[in-house]
Every structure is written in structure tokens, then in C-alpha cells.
Design a protein around this ligand. Structure first.
Ligand code: CA
Length: 233
């Protein structure tokens, strides 16, 4: 298996160099970009397996870079934030980032996040390669095509981000089973101990806006108060 390549988009050269050093020590290839424009160019032109994207960048901020990448690519993106209000923005905006990490972070924590995000993509690829039959979950009006990452409701396609898709698929595979937010975070995001359960709530809210007839009275993704969420069928 060839080495995975990580694009480091970080304007502070000493930080970028430390990241490069640590990632290469772990066997990753790295490419450095020092401003938003360069980062976007690198993301679109090179074969990249994962992007570490700082929020505060010259020329083009990380939010915009993330949005632009998402228009054309589903590569995992970990946003690197420095302040609490940036986290809220990452969670609240429809950026399509897969994960975020807050400065200061330990190298160990960062590596755990990178590996979790890469694991997810490689198992997706395997599923795609190995499945001979199209893997389709049909739940009434909602149909999830796991092979093509497509969701339809009443035969109309619904545009979901990768994370929204994964959350829906995870819940829909076991209808009526209640999952805690912590379990969802671990299974869908793979954060293990590092994540923030608010991420789950925000993604559920967005998912509801897309798949429910009325997102304030959901028919599909139901809240079990004090416990978590389940897919009703
Ligand atoms: Ca910065």
C-alpha cells in the first residue's frame, strides 16, 4: 500500500514544519501550503488523502477553502481552530468539514484524529470494491444507496454531506434502536474520546432539515430525551 499523503495548510511555518516532521515520522507523505489560495490549489491538483486546514489563513480563510474544496472533492478535511467561536462556526456552517481540532492540541490527539478519518475512508473504499450487489436500504419513502452514497425521498434526490449521509445510514441500518450521542460520535465520527457531542446534535438538525417534511416534528430521526436518537420505522 502506498503512503497516504496529507496536505498541511498552515501559515505559521514553524507549526507547519513540526506537523510535517511528526506526520512523516508516522509514515505519511506531506505537502505544505502556507496560505488559503495555495491550500486550495494543492487540494485540487494533488492526490491528497486528507487535509489539515487551519482556519486563520492569509489570502483566503479556512472556511472558504473548505467550501471550495467540497464543491469538487470528498477528501477528509480536519479544520484546525484556535478559538471557541471558530468551533461554533465550523459546527454551524454548512462547510462539509469532517472533523475539527482546537489549538493547542497534542500530536497524539492529532494523529488519532487523522487515523480515525483515514480509516473511515479506506473502509468505505473497501465496501465499494467488495460489494457485488448494490447495497440499498429502503425505509418507506426514504431509500439509501450505500454504494452510490445517494439518498432519495419519494424518488427525489437529497443532497447530504458525507457525515450526514453516514449518520443517516448508521441510524437507518438499525431502525428503532436508540443510540446515545456518545455512541454516535464514536461510530460515525470515530472521535473516540476527543469529540464534542454537540457535533451530533448539529448534524442531526441539518439532516432533519433535509429529510423531514417538518424538521421540528420529525418522522424519521427521533430524539429520545436524555438518551439519544433513533430512526423511526
Ligand atoms: Ca493561522
Amino acid at each position: 500500500m502506498d503512503n497516504r499523503t496529507i496536505l498541511i495548510v498552515e501559515d505559521e511555518k514553524p507549526i507547519s514544519d513540526i506537523l510535517k516532521f511528526n506526520l512523516e515520522k508516522e509514515g505519511f507523505e506531506t505537502i505544505q501550503a502556507f496560505d488559503g489560495e495555495e491550500g486550495l490549489k494543492g487540494a485540487l491538483s494533488n492526490h491528497i488523502d486528507l487535509i489539515l486546514l487551519d482556519v486563520m489563513l492569509p489570502k483566503m480563510d479556512g472556511f472558504l477553502v473548505c467550501k471550495e474544496i467540497r464543491k469538487v472533492k470528498q477528501v477528509p478535511i480536519i479544520m484546525v481552530t484556535a478559538r471557541e467561536e471558530e468551533i461554533d462556526k465550523v459546527l454551524g456552517l454548512e462547510l462539509g468539514a469532517d472533523d475539527y481540532i482546537t489549538k493547542p492540541y497534542s500530536v497524539r490527539e492529532l494523529l488519532a484524529r487523522i487515523k480515525a478519518n483515514l480509516r473511515r475512508t479506506s473502509s468505505e473504499n473497501e465496501v465499494q470494491k467488495n460489494s457485488e450487489d448494490t447495497d440499498i436500504i429502503r425505509l418507506g419513502r426514504i431509500v439509501i444507496n450505500c454504494e452510490r452514497y445517494e439518498v432519495t425521498k419519494d424518488n427525489q434526490p437529497i443532497d447530504l454531506t458525507r457525515r450526514e449521509f453516514e449518520l443517516l445510514k448508521f441510524l437507518a441500518e438499525k431502525p428503532e434502536k436508540i443510540f446515545s450521542r456518545e455512541t454516535l460520535l464514536e461510530k460515525v465520527w470515530g472521535f473516540e474520546y476527543y469529540g464534542d457531542v454537540r457535533t451530533v446534535d448539529v448534524t442531526v438538525r441539518r439532516l432533519r432539515e433535509k429529510i423531514e417534511d417538518n424538521s421540528s416534528e420529525p418522522d424519521y430521526i427521533i430524539t429520545k430525551r436524555g438518551i439519544g436518537y433513533y430512526f423511526k420505522y
